[in-house]
Design a protein around this ligand. Structure first.
Ligand code: SF4
Length: 437
């Protein structure tokens, strides 16, 4: 049968989608499109209200496929976990629902559906068959993703992750290293380690710490680039900071969500650091690794956020000069502590703050990209440019997109490129030996 997986959410969800696809391919199913699919799986995210609304509206549309062609429909991921059995009341036409720790049961769920048997699983199967699936990595060429831990113990007051993904659990370092070695043997050169809070990997376990794991991966022949997401500022240790600029493969970039620049709001968010502690970590990273690219997440309009709190957020952004920030308006999530807070920011005020924040951040990102003009950088070529088929597109070690003219034979290779122009979202480059320069 042919299958399609519609995905919402983060890189961990992308990776889960690849894992489910690999399990289904191993069972003899084939990837398809919405037009020819016999099975449609929707892998969900409930971090923000918008993603949840988009999911329910997609399910409304998919119901027609079900009626018309008898398509098997399944839901996986965070909304499945959040809603548990009640999802069948709201979506009575679906065949299965699996939480994030149960996606290894996807083939069984599909098999059951062919016999009209409904499957649901929302338990925590430990660390965990779902983490151990090794995806075929058909979509990403020489880039690979490895989940090193799952869950989170932090309980930030706005976040559903600890409720839907459970408590932190780390994979054994030996398993992670073996998986990366195997990826290197298959030609993967760029590895991203995934987890909700990778900095607390193996916290309290008698196994490698996170910096030790990075050193172990750094020593694996064939790996050229190593990254990780996501980091919690409070858990960035001096040992981890020391890895930057020391480990050959560790890319000069880090995603370090700050969420707010106001200490009062950070306390309400239960983030476990102050803005000056955050800035101290940023300074240490910049000292250790000059030119490191910093990206972050920020929430605007958190309950109780006054003008002065928002100005503190703007100041923090100006001080750090991030390469990019994913910024969102706060949305209340079921079961979270923040959902019960008073002092809701009126939507018009929150929108005005977000738009001011984003406008300023776009200008900072543009400045940072323009500052790269005249430099020569290493680019991992990922494929043809989306906007211009006779151009190639790749990424710097700092994660920036570079478009340039070059031979398609360079795809998946590491090449040196001279940056000639910085734009808001990308860089234009030229190969050093381009004729006529
Ligand atoms: S650190 Fe906070 S925001 Fe991140 S996953 Fe854990 S609870 Fe959610």
């Amino acid at each position: 049968m042919r299958f399609v997986i519609e995905n919402f959410g983060c890189q961990m969800n992308d990776h889960d989608m690849e894992k489910m696809g690999s399990v289904l391919i191993d069972q003899g199913h084939l990837p398809g499109s919405m037009d020819d699919a016999d099975i449609v799986i929707v892998n969900t995210c409930c971090i923000r209200e918008k993603a949840e609304q988009k999911f329910y509206s997609l399910m409304g549309r998919l119901q027609h496929l079900r009626r018309k062609k008898g398509t098997i429909l399944g839901v996986t991921g965070c909304i499945a976990q959040q809603e548990k059995e009640s999802i069948f009341e709201r979506l009575p036409f679906i065949d299965f629902s699996l939480g994030p720790s149960n996606i290894h049961r996807i083939a069984e769920a599909v098999e059951n559906a062919t016999g009209q048997v409904r499957t649901s699983a929302f338990g925590d199967d430990g660390c965990s068959p779902s983490l151990l699936i090794r995806p075929h990595n058909t979509r990403r060429g020489v880039k690979g993703y490895v989940t090193i831990m799952k869950g989170c113990n932090n309980f930030c007051s706005y976040c559903v992750v600890p409720y839907v993904r459970g408590r932190e659990e780390s994979r054994k370092s030996g398993d992670v290293l073996a998986e990366v070695r195997e990826m290197a043997e298959r030609g993967i050169v760029d590895v991203t380690l995934l987890g909700q809070n990778v900095n607390s990997y193996n916290n309290g376990n008698k196994d490698l710490s996170f910096p030790e794991l990075l050193s172990g991966i750094d020593a694996i022949p064939g790996i050229s680039r190593l990254r990780f997401v996501t980091s919690h500022p409070k858990d960035i240790s001096p040992e981890l900071i020391a890895c930057f600029g020391t480990l050959r493969t560790l890319c000069e970039s880090i995603h370090l969500p700050f969420q707010s620049g106001s200490d009062r709001i950070l306390a309400l968010m239960n983030r476990g650091y102050t803005s000056s502690e955050y800035l101290g970590k940023v300074e240490a990273l910049k000292d250790r690794c000059p030119g490191i690219a910093l990206t972050a997440d920020c929430i605007v309009g958190f309950p109780g956020e006054e003008d002065g709190d928002f100005e503190a957020t703007m100041r923090l952004m100006e001080t750090v000069r991030f390469d990019g920030v994913f910024s969102f308006i706060y949305s209340a999530r079921k079961s979270t502590a923040a959902a019960a807070l008073t002092g809701r920011v009126p939507p018009a005020v929150a929108h005005e703050r977000l738009s001011r924040f984003q406008k300023r951040q776009r200008a900072i990102t543009l400045d940072s990209n323009r500052a790269m003009e005249g430099t020569r950088v290493e680019v991992l070529v990922e494929g043809q440019s989306k906007n211009s088929p006779d151009e190639l597109s790749g990424r710097t070690r700092t994660g920036k997109i570079v478009n340039f003219r070059g031979d398609p034979g360079l795809v998946y290779k590491l090449v040196e490129v001279d940056i000639i122009k910085g734009y808001a979202n990308s860089l234009r480059g030229e190969l050093p030996d381009t004729p006529g320069r």
